[in-house]
Design a protein around this ligand. Structure first.
Ligand SMILES: Nc1nc2c(c(=O)[nH]1)N[C@H]1C(S)=C(S)[C@@H](COP(=O)(O)O)O[C@H]1N2
Ligand SMILES: [Mo]
Length: 551
């Protein structure tokens, strides 16, 4: 009897949660109410200890790689699925518990119990949703929407439990007459379940379908808005020209693009969804230990300060050796040193605490800003306003640091005296987050063999990167050779971008391993020892295995 009750509870929970999620999705898209499964997921990710979160992310990345999926493309989708699944499992478990309670005590039940169950579960989730939400709707509405939905679901769950659990429709089943009524009742229950399933399916399809249409519509609207904004911006869109087109060293076929298309640039953010900011109303307050606090608009930042341009390679500290979380694009912004001079920091000012719309924050040492005019508050990528996913309208750029030190979606800068840890530093990641030198074999280009007299050469190529410190040398080793061969270096896009290298190797059939290592401009070799990403960034030699056949 107990296993039947559990199964029934799970079934009802499942039938309930699917339309619930669909309705929340619809409400999110239509009325701009928050999508609770993401809010809860984001909240859990925020409160869990750093190592646990890192372990979870690592596990996910490993699994994705094991099944051969592109991590940069799929990681967020997997997170979304996890969030919804976790939410679904939560509701199913709750429904099972309700069924067990109602089943054990047929005397209790009814709408009061349903309301109570809904409120007990809905209250914390409504509070989490209201505090974590990224939408502009009043938290008051969000709170009552989530709570209300849970209360209704609670009432429905208890009511269905009372209809479906056998002890409500059956006292004894020994006599023939009662066996007849029993079969009638079993049939009635089955019909009720079918009706419930049909209702579930209808609400789900209509809710999810409408929600999806609205979502597409909204995305188009935002993109059109950003397009229109480009026209009115003091910084006219610019066609980015690469400075090294004429370089005689050409990338080996199959090397990643030297300039990353913005849509292919990796994306990392602490939330399930990117943060969307209205550029028209956004301002940047700079306050705290300053004599002249300011509140700058986007166009003030663009026009008051000489725009600075740079080809920037950005890497995530969670990028593994040879991983996808690295990209190079063209950044435009205002020198932070110049902006700071205008706010006139007071004598005891030491750090800037930068805060972001998504709840992210980091601290930057003012001595660093003083010593490096290149540090910028960037508003353009690839000659256009930074896309929503990448931090519109403003993000900071710090040469030589991993992405974790560089907030996007900046909403405020407080000038402070005492050091405060940043979001990821608090979670156990590197305080300095200086990028570590790394080199990667992208390709062994068997499809573009070069005839060299008697021999054939196979181009091998990839990237090397050491932040703002630059690369002076890249070396390749094949299999267990004693010697490393010096590769050719293409002139980089900038002093702070990665370098494309290539080495044309005398072709030999069979399986081979191609290893690469690099040396920084000042002669420091890359760390060959393997280290994990946490806490200071991954190190180690990248190796590509390839089976070569003459064609
Ligand atoms: N506001 C905010 N800024 C942020 C983050 C974030 O989650 N929120 N992630 C950081 C990390 S860990 C990285 S690697 C870079 C990624 O920038 P991208 O998504 O444009 O590639 O943004 C950094 N800035
Ligand atoms: Mo990162």
């Amino acid at each position: 009897m107990k296993t039947r009750t559990i199964a029934l509870g799970a079934l009802v929970g499942g039938l309930l949660v699917v339309p619930m999620v669909a309705l929340m999705y619809l409400a999110d898209q239509w009325l701009n109410l928050s999508f609770a499964p993401y809010d809860v997921f984001d909240w859990i990710a925020r409160i869990l200890p750093g190592p646990v979160v890192t372990f979870g992310i690592d596990l996910m990345i490993d699994s994705l790689q094991m099944v051969g999926l592109n991590v940069a493309d799929t990681a967020k989708t997997v997170e979304h699925i996890q969030a919804v699944l976790a939410f679904g499992i939560g509701v199913i478990v709750a429904s099972v518990i309700v069924h067990l309670i109602v089943g054990r005590r047929p005397s209790i039940g009814g709408p009061a119990l349903g309301l109570m169950v809904g409120a007990v579960l809905g209250l914390p989730i409504a509070i989490i949703s209201a505090t974590m939400t990224q939408v502009s709707t009043s938290v008051f509405f969000i709170f009552f929407w989530v709570l209300g939905l849970f209360c209704i679901s609670g009432v429905v769950t208890v009511a269905t439990a009372r209809r479906l659990l056998p002890q409500f429709s059956l006292t004894a089943d020994s006599s023939l007459a009662q066996t007849e009524t029993r079969s009638v009742r079993v049939a009635g229950r089955r019909q009720f379940l079918i009706q419930m399933g049909a209702a579930t399916a209808t609400v789900t399809v209509v809710g999810a379908g409408l929600g999806r249409l609205l979502e597409i519509d909204e995305r188009n609207r935002l993109e059109a808005e950003l397009e229109a904004m480009k026209e009115n911006m003091p910084q006219a869109p610019l066609v980015v020209e690469l400075p090294n087109e004429d370089d005689p060293i050409k990338p080996a076929l199959g090397t990643r693009p030297e300039y990353t298309a913005v849509r292919d640039h990796y994306k990392i953010y602490i939330r399930s969804e990117p943060t969307v900011i209205d550029g028209e109303t956004w301002t940047l307050p700079i306050y705290g230990l300053v004599d002249n606090p300011v509140n700058l608009t986007l166009s003030e930042i663009m026009t008051r300060y000489e725009p600075r341009n740079e080809f920037v390679t950005l890497s995530c500290i969670s990028n593994r050796v040879g991983g996808p979380l690295i990209g190079t694009t063209h950044w435009t912004g205002a020198s932070l040193k110049e902006i700071l001079a205008d706010v006139r920091p007071q004598g005891d000012a030491r750090y800037l605490q930068i805060t972001s719309a998504d709840g992210f924050y980091e601290t930057v040492d003012m001595d660093l800003i003083d010593s490096d005019e290149r540090i910028m508050l960037a508003y353009n990528w690839d000659g256009k306003p930074i896309p929503f996913d990448h931090g519109f309208p403003l993000r900071i750029w710090l040469p030589d640091r991993y992405g974790m030190k560089q907030p996007k979606w900046i909403t405020g800068i407080e000038v402070i005296g005492d050091y405060r840890e940043g979001y990821w530093v608090e979670r156990g990641w590197s305080e300095e987050a200086l990028v570590r030198a790394t080199s990667v074999v992208d390709t062994v280009a068997v499809d573009s063999l070069i005839e060299d007299g008697e021999r054939k050469l196979v181009p091998i190529g990839g990237i090397a990167y050491a932040g703002a410190r630059g690369i002076s040398r890249v070396e390749v080793r094949i299999d267990d050779e004693a010697n490393w061969h010096e590769a050719d270096l293409r002139s980089p896009l900038s002093e702070v971008s990665w370098v494309i290298w290539r080495y044309d190797w005398p072709f030999e059939e069979g399986g081979h391993e191609f290893h690469v290592r690099c040396v920084e401009a000042d002669g420091t070799p890359q760390i060959e020892e393997e280290n994990p990403t946490r806490p200071d960034g991954a190190t180690g030699i990248h190796t590509k295995s390839e089976r070569l056949r003459a064609t």
